[in-house]
Design a protein around this ligand. Structure first.
Ligand code: ADP
Ligand code: GLC
Length: 502
């Protein structure tokens, strides 16, 4: 038997301890699935305050002196996830021991030293993937996620001249980690890196571009998004580079982890599955009571759980909400989310206009997110773009058919409720095309009509609940990508120092 592939998975979030969105969920679920598939995987994540608290027994395994530029000294602590995956905590109090979120201060703005904070994460990841690592354990593959770890392949290229093969996963191309050119020296990168085929992007240093430029393989989180980001409309200026590297770019759909299962979810009022859907009703009653919704119990309950941003189409939702609520079905609505202040205010005002029929839950609340997925009837996700999207997957699994826009992972995972798709047993939700309010209203109205037809609705629910979004399949696809990355690195080593991963 060949030895297990060793993978260092670098991430800036990990659920349930530090999460702002889907990256957190993926960073706990995928490494565990990889471990089950026989990969020897370790996770590297910053030691935000929640992590040493969750792992008080984490033990120091390496001291890392200041690695250049203005990057501070740090050390590595080792713990293990409940699933048994080794967790390396990057301990640097000056960078990570502070209140607020991983990227933003409690007042909302980005931390001013984000370049240094995530530069350090990337620099240490590269070190551990290089021959200069202080650890005995050396990965074959360095797997980076989003801009926060995307400088690592550039560090390996410029400072180590090689090391582990690299895979760069794009969870969202809109966030690139752009900083002024002077940051280069702070990060300990050579001035020669500030070129078109280096880390320069329209006069800025772009962390994400560095990863896309130097990684051996690039993945994103759905096949459709992998195509979309190669076009100007959703390419955020990087479509040219992605087209150039399309031969090494692929899309792998995220899975749903075991915590999201209505048959076992400890946060629900009552468990249910596709054969026992009547029990969903108890969750609905409990949710309505918890949210203070009053009036007609037979009115459809629509739900949103989302970052409140333009990406997620929250302006479209606000544009149609009154019309939807004033329609003949007298629908009710719950929105759980936080984000742009204007959307938060818009939702509060909506709730004030429809007392007892709209719950605007502004904040981040994991427990409530689960209870909403179980208790609502219809889920709305009108994203302008969506690399994968997890909430439509959770909705499918919880028998809460989603209304989605045909983009990215939403297009890949939800099948519109047409008569043909229903006959074929494939329909799972409601899909609309143009990113505009009237298209959303039409699709949401179709969903409300269908909800009134009990037998049809049960079929739709069961079709969605029987879909397989297992992490095992995704893990197998990542394994193929890792092998290809390693093969590319072997070829590069054989063909001399000129090669830069292109
Ligand atoms: P993104 O990562 O772009 O925000 P995803 O759909 O991939 O979108 O993942 C979002 C994740 O974050 C889901 O697990 C969702 O339940 C969760 N989430 C988003 N907003 C909130 C919130 N306000 N409270 C609780 N969970 C939330
Ligand atoms: C990003 C994307 C989302 C995706 C998640 C995890 O935050 O916006 O679509 O599901 O990453 O990959």
């Amino acid at each position: 038997m060949s030895p297990a592939l060793r993978v260092l998975f670098v991430t800036s979030e990990i659920a349930p301890w530090q999460k702002t969105g889907g990256l957190g969920d993926i960073s706990s679920a995928l490494p565990e699935a990889l471990a089950r598939a026989g990969v020897e995987v370790r996770i590297l994540v910053p030691a935000y305050p929640a992590l040493p608290l969750a792992f008080p027994d984490a033990r120091p395994i390496a001291e890392i002196p200041p690695p250049g530029g203005r990057l501070p000294a740090s050390r590595l602590l080792q713990a293990a996830t409940p699933g048994g995956v080794p967790l390396l905590l990057l301990d640097c109090p000056a960078c990570f021991e502070r209140p607020g979120g991983p990227y933003q201060s409690p007042r909302g703005g980005d931390w001013p030293d984000n370049a240094l904070r995530f530069g350090l994460l990337s620099r240490v990841a590269a070190l551990l993937a290089s021959n200069a690592s202080p650890l005995v354990w050396r990965p074959d593959i360095l797997h980076c996620n989003d801009w926060q770890s995307a400088l690592a392949p550039a560090y390996l290229h410029y400072l180590h001249g090689g090391g582990a093969a690299t895979v760069m996963t794009i969870h969202n191309l809109a966030f690139q980690g752009l900083f002024p050119p002077s940051t280069l020296a702070d990060l300990g990168l050579p001035q020669s890196a500030f070129v078109f085929d280096g880390v320069e992007f329209y006069g800025h240093l772009s962390c994400l571009k560095a990863g896309l430029q130097f990684a051996d393989r690039i993945t994103t989180v759905s096949p459709t998004y992998a195509r979309e980001i190669q076009q100007a409309e959703l390419g955020f200026g990087l479509d040219g580079l992605l087209r150039h590297r399309s031969a090494v770019l692929s899309g792998i759909l995220n899975g749903v982890d075991a915590r999201w299962n209505p048959a076992t979810d400890p946060l629900l009022t009552k468990h249910y599955d596709a054969q026992h859907l009547a029990a969903k009703e108890a969750n609905r009653r409990a949710l309505r009571a918890e949210l203070g919704l009053i009036g007609d119990v037979t009115a459809p309950l629509l739900a949103v759980v989302s970052r409140l941003t333009h990406q997620k189409g929250m302006d479209l939702l606000l544009a149609i909400a009154d019309q939807l609520l004033d329609g003949p079905a007298e629908a009710q609505l719950v929105v759980l989310g936080n984000g742009e202040r204007g959307f938060e205010a818009g939702l509060r005002a909506l709730a004030a206009r429809h007392p007892g029929r709209v719950a605007a839950m502004i904040g981040f609340d994991e427990r409530l997110a689960h209870r909403i997925e179980a208790g609502a009837d219809i889920f709305l996700m009108p994203s302008r773009f969506e690399p994968c999207g997890l909430n439509q997957l959770y909705s499918l699994r919880y028998g809460t058919p989603p209304v989605v826009r045909a983009t990215g992972g939403l297009a890949d995972t939800v099948t519109d409720c047409t008569p043909e798709a229903l006959r074929a047993g494939l329909a799972t939700g409601f899909v609309f095309g143009p990113p505009d309010a009237s298209a959303l209203l039409a699709a949401a109205s179709r969903a409300i009509d269908a909800w009134g037809k009990r037998r049809l609705w049960r079929r739709l629910q069961r079709n969605g609940m029987s879909m397989d979004f297992s992490w095992a399949k995704a893990a197998a696809d990542y394994l193929d990508v890792y092998r290809a990355a390693r093969a590319a690195r072997d070829i590069a080593a054989a063909s001399g120092p000129e090669y830069n991963g292109g």
